[in-house]
Design a protein around this ligand. Structure first.
Ligand SMILES: [Zn+2]
Length: 506
């Protein structure tokens, strides 16, 4: 084992946080950059994490009556143009298909030919293409509510990309619902935000603030955007899920109309809501330490790795059969909505083997050597504790207690993250203090600053813009649970202003 002063990840978080993030991803084997600019390759260890997120979210969606469907990847340009704010919001990051075949040029290379009559946009989001189907599926109030979700990918041509946080293509789900009344649509918007918050807190062990976006931060075309915001360890905010009340804007754009019970024809009320592979970036930055990622057990790619010690001259066969029978026993244990996932790593590569699993963030590491077997015990290490700390347990006790151990790790990670968020969320009323709070502590090495500021905002775009220009700080949200805290606007001093969450953001 390495000495305590050394870390598996270089640089450490405090030395260079952005670079630490890249190195954690590399060391954990979650994903890598692809040869396609701005796009990522999600590797099996990362994809397993995504599959778990999908399973949890999908179950929660369905429990509220949502059904899955699938719509085209391509959106006719004319569809996108139907909602003016919407197209303006996404225009700068659209990938557009203009041709449908390749031909050999005289020089020998291939060139696009067969220009399309109407260009197709690779979906940045699907309100308009799904709205087109809805307009045909819905004719009466009896067809409502319509509750549809799509699992898929979208493309937003980003100029500066970072794996999981901002990539040109990413995986996500987008839910789209249609309602007969405004109240019902508003209620659905809030319901889906609560599901995202539950996923974040109960599964990802990532505490969040639920809130409402200011008009300038709203989804293009939405009447109201709700979001969950989490604090990363560099104290920046990560928007981890959004839910939009779209009013009748998209219903009017796509002609989603229905005949009411009173036999009048009315435009419907719609919502949309999404969460993406960005959540994986959130897990990394909420729980990772200077030895790599730490996976919350309820969402982990796998729960426990068994590391048999196969020394030359010892009875390797009995160590392996002991390991395999323990694996079988563990795999039969129920955990959460599934079973315990077990890895066996029998490579004999010395200490490097244990470190690989530490960097991959697996919750439990179990060493099994001839001496342990003689006592029918195993040596257990937890990823959330000091890595030198190992506990020897009777095999039967370990099997009986593994779910308790995993729950304990899960709770510990959540408590740690909650404590961190509380410590770095500060109510600020003085403008000077506010500016100081967001000034990086050490400009040369990294950008770590104060965190989340609870300060007042008068509601004007100008004040919001001023703070953004001066400090690159934005209003993350107006918390839904905000007491009626009022104060002087931090930018202009106007009294009786609403308290909001200001932060730097990903
Ligand atoms: Zn103001």
């Amino acid at each position: 084992m390495k000495r305590q002063s050394e870390h598996a990840i270089s640089p450490t978080r405090s030395e260079d946080y952005p670079e630490w993030y890249q190195q954690v991803i590399r060391a954990s084997d979650l994903a890598e950059r692809s040869s396609v600019r701005g796009c990522m390759v999600i590797k099996p260890w990362g994809y397993a994490l995504w599959e778990n997120i999908v399973r949890k979210l999908d179950g929660m969606f369905k429990s509220t009556g949502v059904k899955n469907a699938y719509f085209p990847l391509f959106i006719p340009l004319s569809f996108l143009e139907k909602e003016a704010e919407h197209v303006e919001g996404f225009a700068k990051e659209c990938a557009v298909v203009t041709h449908h075949r390749l031909e050999k040029s005289p020089e020998g290379g291939l060139v696009p030919k067969g220009e399309l009559q109407e260009p197709l946009v690779v979906r940045p989001t699907s309100e308009t293409i799904i709205g087109d189907s809805f307009s045909r599926w819905i004719s009466s109030y009896r067809d409502l509510p319509m509750l549809i979700n799509q699992w898929g990918n979208v493309v937003r041509w980003e100029m500066r990309t970072r794996i999981f946080l901002r990539t040109s293509e990413f995986l996500w789900q987008e839910g789209h619902t249609v309602h007969a009344t405004k109240e019902e649509a508003v209620e659905r918007t809030k319901m889906m935000l609560d599901i995202y918050a539950k996923l974040a807190e109960d599964y990802l062990a990532m505490p969040v603030v639920k809130g409402r976006k200011t008009p300038s931060e709203r989804f293009p075309g939405a009447v109201d955007t709700l979001s969950i915001e989490a604090m990363m360890q560099d104290r920046k905010a990560l928007q981890a899920g959004t839910s939009h009340f779209l009013g009748q804007n998209f219903a009017k754009a796509s002609e989603i109309k229905f005949q009411s019970a009173k036999e009048t024809e009315e435009y419907a009320w719609t919502t949309s809501w999404g969460a993406s592979t960005r959540l994986i970036g959130g897990i990394i930055m909420t729980h990772g330490d200077d030895n790599g990622i730490i996976l919350p057990p309820r969402i982990a790619s796998s729960h426990v790795v068994l590391l048999p010690i196969l020394r030359k001259g010892s009875d390797q066969t009995s160590v392996m059969s002991y390991t395999e029978s323990l694996a079988k026993e563990l795999q039969a244990v129920s955990y959460d909505d599934s079973k315990i996932h077990v890895e066996i790593d029998d490579r004999q590569i010395g200490g490097a083997r244990g470190w690989e699993w530490i960097k991959k963030g697996i919750p439990l590491r179990v060493e099994i050597g001839p001496r342990d077997i003689a006592q029918d015990s195993v040596s257990v290490g937890r990823r959330d504790k000091d890595l030198r700390e190992r506990v020897s347990m009777k095999r039967s006790q370990f099997v009986a207690e593994i779910t308790r151990l995993l729950d304990d790790i899960q709770n510990n990670l959540y408590k740690r993250a909650l404590e961190f968020k509380k410590t770095h969320t500060v109510e600020i009323v003085s403008k000077n203090q506010f500016y100081e709070f967001f000034t990086p502590i050490n400009q040369n090495k990294h950008e770590i600053h104060g965190g989340f500021a609870l300060s007042a905002w008068c509601g004007s775009d100008r004040c919001e813009e001023k703070i953004k220009e001066d400090l690159s700080v934005t209003i993350r949200c107006i918390p839904l649970d905000a007491q009626d805290e009022k104060g002087d606007c931090i930018a202009c001093g106007k009294p009786n202003s609403q308290q909001v969450v200001y932060a730097k953001a990903y």
